[in-house]
Design a protein around this ligand. Structure first.
Ligand code: KG4
Ligand code: ZN
Length: 338
């Protein structure tokens, strides 16, 4: 079966074709970063309008790449939520229109389920069950995953998400939008040990996180330091070390609590080099395994949506009638299918 995946929940238009026999055939992405950079963050109305402009050209591109035509598509998966309502409506209406015209089912995919299952696109995918560390711009969660749709929340952030903390701290340091990758690059130029920032909730005894205080600590620190490039890099380095230490410690604690031996890391912050380095070292020491999606599938993309739709179809999730979107949608509200 050939599944078309459409992602339009925020500032990236992603389109992909996934074949249940042959795997991922083609994918294409348009990022709106340059358009929103001028405003220092995502402008929802501009995001929606751009998704409208980009989706069909990207669809033609992936069909050409895969050597397939519209008529070859057996089902359409689109991101139904969570995300920006207007942006979601673009993918949902195009998905529903295609489904109707081609007389194929349309599957409304949960964006975080897409992220969570994205490491399964890799040549050596993790087997169920596993612990998932979901670290994106909007979410920071630890989940116990026993199958498709069988997700149990173990812990989550009480305030800012990890990606949000990276973005806000980057803004404080004058790095613009989106801040995560820029802050991470700057941190690599910094000197370890010059500054030490708090590790929020490191010893809270549960699997929850809190990152808003870290951003405030950076603000206070930056105000009392000279405004030179090396100082900025050293602050970025201290911030990255603090957040990575907390994420790593809690991910390991989740493995211990569940007794599981596999960790999956997904979402944009999963692209962070230091996080990968620390997790790899600590996980190996414990005799456990860690799995990541390819770097390009850490951030938003159509491939993870096509894949999640394929899994849902395989296990008989009913097709969506009409094209409703769910801008707010908790992952553990999903129905188990495997
Ligand atoms: O998963 P994603 O593409 O979008 C959401 O669903 O939110 O994640 C985007 C987030 C942003 O906050 C971005 O700054 C962060 O992931 N990010 C990073 C890195 N690359 C992206 N954060 C830290 N280090 C990176 N290398
Ligand atoms: Zn995402």
């Amino acid at each position: 079966m050939l599944i078309l995946g459409l992602e339009s929940s925020c500032d990236e238009t992603g389109v992909a074709l996934y074949d249940t026999e042959d795997g991922l055939l083609a994918h294409a992405l348009h990022t709106q970063v340059a358009m929103h950079a001028e405003y220092g963050g995502v402008v929802p109305e501009l995001a929606s309008r751009d998704h409208i402009r980009r989706t069909l050209p990207l669809l033609r591109q992936v069909l050409n790449q895969a050597g397939r035509t519209l008529e070859d598509i057996d089902a359409v998966g689109y991101t139904q939520g969570p995300g920006l309502a207007g942006a979601l409506l673009v993918g949902a209406s195009i998905g529903a229109a295609l489904g109707y015209a081609l007389k194929v089912p349309t599957i409304g995919v949960h964006h975080l389920e897409g992220h969570l299952l994205s490491p399964l696109l890799e040549p050596t995918p993790p087997a169920f069950p596993f612990v998932a560390l979901l670290v994106s711009g909007g979410h920071t969660q630890l989940m116990e995953v026993r199958g498709v749709g069988r997700y149990q929340l173990l812990g989550e952030t009480l305030d800012d998400a990890a990606g949000e903390a990276f973005d806000k701290t980057a803004k404080l340091l004058g790095l613009g939008y989106p801040g995560g990758p820029a802050l991470s690059h700057l941190a690599d130029l910094g000197q370890t040990g010059r500054f030490k920032l708090p590790r929020p909730m490191l010893n809270s005894g549960d699997l929850n996180f809190s990152f808003s205080g870290l951003k405030t600590a950076v603000l206070t620190l930056a105000r009392n330091q000279p405004d030179d490039e090396q100082t900025k890099a050293d602050i970025a380095c201290a911030f990255q070390e603090a957040i990575v230490e907390v994420l790593t410690a809690k991910a390991l604690a989740a493995l211990k609590q569940t007794g599981l031996g596999r960790l999956v890391v997904a979402g944009g912050v999963g692209a962070n080099r230091l996080l990968r380095e620390k997790l790899n070292a600590k996980i190996v020491r414990r005799g456990a395994e860690v799995f990541y999606p390819k770097l390009e599938f850490c951030t938003d993309n159509g491939a993870m949506i096509a894949y999640a739709a394929a899994q849902r179809l395989k296990f008989g999730t009913p097709a969506v009638e009409g094209f409703g979107v769910r801008p707010r949608w908790e992952l553990d509200e999903l129905e188990a299918v495997s």
